[in-house]
Structures are given as C-alpha cells and as structure tokens.
Design a protein around this ligand. Structure first.
Ligand SMILES: Nc1ncnc2c1ncn2[C@@H]1O[C@H](COP(=O)(O)OP(=O)(O)OP(=O)(O)O)[C@@H](O)[C@H]1O
Ligand SMILES: [Mg+2]
Length: 510
C-alpha cells in the first residue's frame, strides 16, 4: 500500500472516528439530560423540555393544576390570575389567561400586544404543554394548561410565559445547519491536513526515488538529481527528517562519485601500466629476436661481427632483466610486500658513508661529489638503511643520465625543517640538464620519462623516482623536486626525526 493511500486512509478513519465520537457524545449528553434513552429520539424536537422549570413557575403551574381540579371556573377570574402572576414577578415571567378565544388576563410584564394572537389554539388533552412561541421579533417559552369547565362546557387556558433571547432561539432553529457546518469544516480540515502531510512526505520521497533511479543509471551530478535539485538547500532549510535524509543522500552521492572516479582512475592507470610494460619489454625483445635471427641466417659471418651481435643481445637482455627487476620491486612496494627494516640512523653519518661509497665510482666518471658538511650535531632518524641507499642511488643515477656540463657536480646535503624542527630534509643537487617546468609535476609518476619518446635511449624505464617516492612514503616522509632547466636539479626528501620523547614516529611504519 502506498504512503499516499495509507495517509488518506488514516486521515479518513480519523474523520469517521471524530464524527462517530461527536454523535456518541451528543447522544450521551442527551441521555444524561433527559435521563431516558427513549426520549432521546424526541430530544431535539422537545429539547426545551430539558430546561427545568424554575421554582416559581413550577409552583404556579401546580396551583393552576389544583384550580383546574377543584373548580376550573375560578381561573377565569382576573383577580386570581393577577395573584398568581405576582408570584412570577421575581423571574420576569408572566401569565396569560384565555376564556375561549377571549383574553381574560395579560400580565403587564409580558408587554406584548401580539403575543396572545400567537398562542396555539386550545387543546384540552394537554399533550404538548411546553414550547416556544414567536411574537413579532420576540420569543417566549411557555408552559400551559388547557381545561374545560364542566358546568358550562366552556374551554380556557392558562399560559406561564417567559421571554427568551432571540439568539438562543435562532441557534435552536439552526442547530442542524450548525452541526452540518461543523462537520464540513472538520472534513475540510482533514482534507487540508492530508494534502499538506502528503506534500511534505510523499513528494520528497518521490524525488528521492527518481534520484536513486538516476544514480542507478550512472547519473552522479547533484544538479541532475530531483531530490537535491527541488530541495536544493533542503538540508539547511528543513531541519526535519526529510532534510536529514536529503543531506545523507547528498553525502552518499558525493562518496559514490568519488569512489567511481577513483575506480576509473585505477582502471586508467592499470591500462596505462600494462601498455607501458608491454612496450618497454617489447622493444629490447624485438632487437634480441632480430640479432638472433641475424646469427641464424649467417649475417654475423666474422668473429668480430658475431661478438658485436652477442654483446648487443646481452645488453638488451640485461636491460630487460633490469626492467623486470624494477617492475617487480615496484609492484612489491605497491602491494606493501617489501619488508622494511627500520632502525635508528644518525643521518649525518649515514649520508657521509653513502657518499663515500659513491665517490670512487663517480670520480672515475669525472664527476665531483660534494659530501654533506661534517661536524654537525648528531640527529637520529628511524629509517631502512638499504632502501635509503637504493633511493639515493636512483637519484645519482638520474643525475648521471642527464649530465651535460663540462664540470659535472653532484652534492648531497641535509638540514632540519618543520615547525618544531622535527623533520630532516635531505637534498641531492646536480648541475645537469634540469627538468622542464611542465614535466616537473610528473617525474614521480610511474613510467614517466621527460623525453616521452619511450625509445629506451636513456636506458630508463621511468620507475626510478616512482620507487623513490614509495620508499619515502613508507618512511612517512615527503619527496619533491625543484629544477632550473639548463642549470640543474634539486631533489628533496624528508624523514621524521627519531625523538624518544616524540614516541619514535618511524617505528609504527615498520
Ligand atoms: N637529475 C635529473 N636531471 C634531469 N632530469 C631528471 C633528473 N631526474 C629525473 N629526471 C627526469 O625524470 C624522469 C623520471 O625519472 P625516473 O628516475 O623515474 O625514470 P628514469 O630515470 O627515466 O628511469 P629509471 O630510473 O627507471 O631507469 C626521467 O626520465 C628524467 O626525464
Ligand atoms: Mg631514474
């Protein structure tokens, strides 16, 4: 059953219940007032009977009945009637006496010339003794007694009348209309409440459903979703459950969009990775096959030529081997499968040692290596010695590959950084070719090479700095590059200081 139908049902049953209760209450009031279930039926028509007679009216009425029994002719006597009339003075009621159609007495308090003519004809069975009568614009309630004088068979009547408010009378006459109006307004209120409630609940729910359908179909832009479009600022303007729902929905949409975008990005990366790997493995493999076929075809006829061919095959195979090694390492780092052995390292001493190890090799190639200045106070970092060496090796390797100066130079230095001096920054500087500004943001991406031709001329796979970045991230540090094309490049990375007081930040990374 839809919510709209449910609302409609609940509102109409409320309406029916109210009407039933309303009628029941009326019935109970009537029973309570008449004290009798049967007389309820005539409750409306004779409802004035419920209004009890006041004490003077009651006693005067009893007097009249007494006279009717014991000499009704006396009731034609205006003197007697005046005497009875006196008793009614305190309640502003009065008596009218009739002898046949003649008026025998008219109380001055009633003060109405039209009244006698408005009274009903004599009806000696006295079935209807109480009623209201209208005289001009005035209303009177009465209790009467009609009688026959046995001596002359003449008929007479005595009325005890009291003026009532015309409004009261009007209300009495219009009672069915009033009840009708009240019932109608009850229904109208119910209908309006139903429309209001169904608008406030059902409409947003419908937009929610449409939005969910759109999301299912892949539409993740908030502007296109009815719930968020129609109730754009609903979260702010509606502090109710629907507003909260809209907010949660928006949150969900945002998260979903992020995750879909991330998924697409991953997918894109994966495709690129596969394509790069295939390309980088294919190139040396093609030359190897070419040279082997050359040998098979007897192209390498002389021992010299054969030697050249074999050397080329060897170097291409090594290039592939290196690439596979790097790929393997990179993927293990990516999957967090390389065990890192973190230990406290005095960074100054460590860099001195590493530079010393590199120095011999570099000097052989005619490159000057500036070691970090000695004699600084010791600073401990928590790091994996071998991985840091690999990283520095990758950077030196890059500097060598892109060196174009006559006096090649590489420098290693370090210092403290961070708001509390709790970061160690290591800098590797060279005076090589530098990196173009547009390439700079991408050098740490896997397979990125600034020459872009992927010719393999430089022998690089574009994984060196991506590996360096992963190593530093595992250390909880940052890595970045600065470069002036033509003048040189500076590579920076940070390591967290291994301060006992700081709870050994590197330890958790192991
Ligand atoms: N010191 C540097 N001077 C000039 N260019 C650099 C330097 N270091 C890196 N680059 C540029 O950044 C690119 C990415 O470097 P990265 O070390 O990741 O790859 P690679 O050196 O090409 O390959 P690999 O290191 O896997 O052999 C390089 O191709 C190069 O264009
Ligand atoms: Mg490299």
């Amino acid at each position: 059953m839809s919510i709209r139908i449910r609302l409609l049902l609940s509102y109409s049953s409320m309406l029916v219940a109210s009407i039933v209760l309303f009628l029941l209450a009326g019935f109970l009031v009537a029973v309570a007032m008449t004290g009798d279930v049967k007389s309820v039926r005539s409750f409306y028509t004779s409802h004035y009977a419920v209004k009890p007679l006041s004490e003077p009216e009651e006693s005067t009425y009893l007097d009249i009945k007494y006279y009717v029994k014991n000499g009704p002719a006396q009731l034609y006597d205006p003197a007697l009637l005046q005497e009875l009339d006196q008793k009614l003075a305190p309640i502003q009621a009065g008596i009218i006496g009739r002898q046949g159609s003649q008026l025998s007495y008219l109380s001055p308090r009633l003060n109405s010339a039209e009244l006698p003519a408005s009274l009903p004809p004599i009806e000696t069975s006295n079935i209807k003794v109480r009623d209201t009568v209208q005289a001009g614009s005035r209303y009177f309630t009465y209790v009467k007694y009609d009688f026959t004088v046995p001596a002359d068979k003449s008929e007479g009547s005595i009325y005890i009348l009291k003026e009532v408010s015309p409004y009261g009378e009007m209300t009495r006459e219009l009672l069915p209309v009033w009840i009708g109006v009240l019932l109608l307004s009850l229904m109208a209120t119910n209908l309006l409440l139903y429309i209001w409630a169904s608008r406030a609940i059902v409409k947003p729910l419908q937009s929610l459903r449409q939005s969910a359908e759109l999301i299912k179909a892949g539409e993740l832009d908030s502007a296109a979703l009815p719930l968020l479009r129609s109730d754009a600022a609903m979260g702010e303007t509606r502090p109710d459950e629907i507003g909260q729902l809209a907010q949660s929905f928006e949150e969900m949409r945002r998260k979903l969009k992020q995750s879909v975008e991330l998924q697409l990005q991953y997918e894109e990366n994966r495709k690129e990775l596969v394509s790069n790997i295939s390309h980088d493995l294919k190139t040396p493999m093609t030359s190897i096959i070419g040279y082997v076929e050359g040998i098979q075809d007897g192209v390498a006829a002389t021992p010299d030529k054969m030697d050249t061919y074999l050397k080329t095959i060897h170097s291409k195979a090594k290039q592939m081997d290196r690439l596979i090694d790097e790929l393997f390492l990179f993927s293990k780092l990516d999957l967090n499968k390389v065990p890192f052995v973190f230990e406290p390292l005095d960074i100054g001493v460590f860099l001195q040692q590493t530079a010393e190890e590199l120095r011999f090799d570099l000097e052989q190639k005619g490159i000057r290596l500036d070691k970090p200045e000695a004699g600084k106070p010791p600073v401990l970092v928590f790091a994996d010695r071998d991985q840091l060496k690999r990283l520095i090796g990758n950077m030196v390797d890059n500097s060598l590959k892109h060196m174009d100066k006559r006096e090649p130079r590489i420098a290693i230095g370090w210092g403290m950084k961070g708001p509390n001096g709790d970061e160690v920054v290591v800098c590797m500087e060279d005076n090589g070719a530098g990196i173009a500004a547009e390439a700079l943001p991408y050098v740490f991406d896997r397979f990125y090479r600034a020459d872009a031709s992927r010719s393999g001329q430089s022998g690089g796979s574009g994984l060196g700095l991506a590996i360096a970045k992963q190593i530093i991230e595992r250390h909880g540090g940052r890595i970045w590059a600065e470069s002036e094309p033509g003048k040189g490049t500076r590579m920076f990375f940070t390591l967290r200081k291994n301060d006992e007081a700081n709870g050994r930040p590197g330890e958790g990374l192991a």
